[in-house]
Design a protein. Structure first.
Ligand code: J2J
Length: 537
């Protein structure tokens, strides 16, 4: 069985191999190569796993899953938070050629079911610590709605379905059977702009390259001590260079439950963390904590702070070395592929004011005007890209793909950027219908569709509004049959089962929605209204 995906054309694949980007190694090699390494790979609370232990745990789980009949080419839906089991499960599944979707821990029923519908998983791995899986009610519902699920494993469950039980069984004679390196290794989650969250097939070859090259740029090595404070399943802390970069380099990953200063500062001090990755709002909160008297000495070991996921203001950027006492690296990446970094030896000017440049010499990035023509350096337009680790199509989405790619296979990310003479990018805005709430992405259409199912709502438009901490928050403009309160709308959406970060921060009732000349909702005007109101207050 093989998972279908949009392949790179043969001539591109040949070139990427020739240039040494694609090595034809499975991602499980990242751990496999350290099978005899007794250095610490991951620290999760009071638990510590060496590379040897992590690899053996993954082998035991992989062996147990094969005994239960899971086969190469099948898929799994996984929802684990920042726990060592996340990596154990990820490597175990790679080893038996089962491709997971790693849902975020903040995801709820709507998201899980949308993913399950698309991949028809044979296996579900979830956590009793998640509200949905605290008892078996939702589990039964999900299984009923997803007949493909043959096996369920639960973290923090001592019973029959417990993950812990499988981790105790021996892996005698286990032989790994990963999928071929140019096939799908797993699915990454798209931030999305459409009604259903899209999945991004990532192959071993492309993802492994992206991690390896990230390590070179960020200089990760066996002395790297990385704090993973963002959701482990997100592409950024997973691969830029993230935890997988650390494992490849033989360093240590320390897991944090959240990026708050009160949680992270003591972890940094205790484990002598030298690099971590944050989104801009977390940076603001760290700076604020220091101003309010948190001891900066706790951060003494921290050498490099990566910031990405959303636009970092120049002023916040400049405060990082000055107040946190470490170097800043801006990261502008996407789960679809392309990642840009400022380089460690770039000037402050570049590090503070740009979002870096592409990591690979064969990343083709250009700026298009609305007719698809290339714009000269410095002009703002649509980001177009293709390259050895940028995907060629969303999973099973031919219609959307026809819009998201041009005839030459360039992906249009929906970002508005400018590229300077030296190839450095600044992110100027966005064309996709998405809200970037402090790095967490909300597809407006997904929420609007759910709002329209409410009996009192006739029309709905979700737009971004500026927020000093989060960068953006969301506002729902509604045309309703009767007066509705924000709390009612939020409760309604929560009951439908959407992730909390997608609930509108504000609800505005209006008599009608403004339209553009072609009859689409004029979101620009709605955003302007919010901005005017904000500047007036
Ligand atoms: C402005 N916007 C940014 C930045 C991402 C590394 C880092 C981030 C992601 C990520 C990632 C931005 N400034 N520095 O996958 O490997 C916005 C853009 C982009 C979208 C992608 C990685 N960094 N963005 O954030 O798939 O709009 O990946 O298209 O979640 O985030 O979101 P996502």
């Amino acid at each position: 069985m093989i998972i279908p995906y949009t392949r790179w054309p043969d001539d591109f694949a040949a070139r990427y191999r020739e240039k040494g980007y694609w090595l034809d190694l499975p991602l499980s090699d990242i751990l496999q190569r350290h099978a005899d390494n007794d250095a610490v790979a991951v620290i999760d609370g009071e638990r510590t796993l060496t590379y040897r232990e992590l690899d053996q745990a993954a082998n035991r789980l992989a062996a147990a899953l094969s005994r239960r009949g899971l086969r190469r080419g099948e898929t799994a839906l996984v929802q684990l938070g920042n726990v060592a089991e996340f990596y154990i499960a990820f490597f175990a599944l790679l080893k038996i050629g089962v491709a997971p979707v790693n849902a975020l821990f903040s995801h709820q029923r709507t998201e899980l079911e949308a993913y399950a519908r698309q991949i028809e998983p044979a296996l579900l791995i979830a956590d009793r610590a998640h509200g949905l899986f605290a008892n078996d009610d939702y589990l039964a519902q999900l299984r009923e709605a997803t007949p493909s699920i043959r096996h369920v494993l639960l973290n923090r469950d001592g019973g029959e379905q417990g993950l812990a039980r499988l981790l105790e069984q021996p892996a005698d004679g286990f032989i790994a059977t990963p999928t071929p390196a140019d096939e799908v290794a797993f699915f990454q989650l798209s931030g999305g702009s459409t009604g259903t969250p899209k999945l991004i097939p990532r192959t071993h070859n492309d993802y492994y390259y992206s991690i390896r090259r990230s390590n070179e740029i960020c200089r990760f090595d066996a002395d790297t001590r990385y704090l993973c404070a963002l959701p482990a399943a997100h592409n950024y802390p997973m691969s830029s260079p993230g935890a997988l970069g650390v494992y490849l380099a033989g360093g240590t990953v320390v897991l944090a439950n959240d990026p708050s200063a009160s949680h992270c500062f003591p972890l940094i001090a205790r484990h002598q963390i030298n690099v971590t990755a944050l989104v801009p709002p977390a940076v603001s909160l760290w700076l604020q904590a220091l101003q309010e008297g948190e001891d900066r000495a706790q951060l003494a070991s921290l050498k490099l702070l990566q910031v990405g996921g959303a636009r970092l203001s120049n002023s916040l950027a400049a405060r990082i070395p000055a107040e946190l006492g470490c170097q800043l690296q801006q990261v502008f990446g996407m789960a679809e592929g392309l990642v840009n970094y400022t380089r460690l030896d770039d000037s402050d000017e570049r590090i503070f004011n740009t979002q870096g440049c592409p990591m690979c010499p064969d990343d083709e990035v250009w700026v298009a005007d609305e007719n698809g023509n290339a714009l000269p350096a410095g002009q703002v337009g649509r980001l177009m890209t293709r390259g050895p680790y940028t995907f060629r199509g969303y999973y099973q989405s031919p219609e959307h793909n026809a819009q998201a790619f041009d005839a030459d296979g360039f992906y249009c990310s929906g970002d508005l950027i400018a590229i300077d003479e030296d190839g450095y990018i600044t992110v100027q805005g966005r064309e996709k219908d998405q809200i970037n709430r402090g790095g967490e992405k909300i597809a407006a259409e997904e929420i609007e569709n759910l709002l329209l199912r409410h009996e009192a709502i006739i029309q709905a438009a979700l737009v971004s509004m500026e927020d000093s901490l989060m960068g953006e928050k969301s506002c729902a403009f509604l045309v309703t049959r009767r007066a509705v309160k924000a709390v009612e709308i939020r409760r309604y959406l929560r009951e439908l089962g959407v992730a909390d970060f997608k609930l509108p921060d504000r609800v505005e009732s209006v008599a009608e929605l403004p339209l553009t000349p072609v009859g689409k909702v004029d979101k620009k005007q709605l955003r302007q209204r919010l901005a005017e109101r904000q500047s007036a207050s």
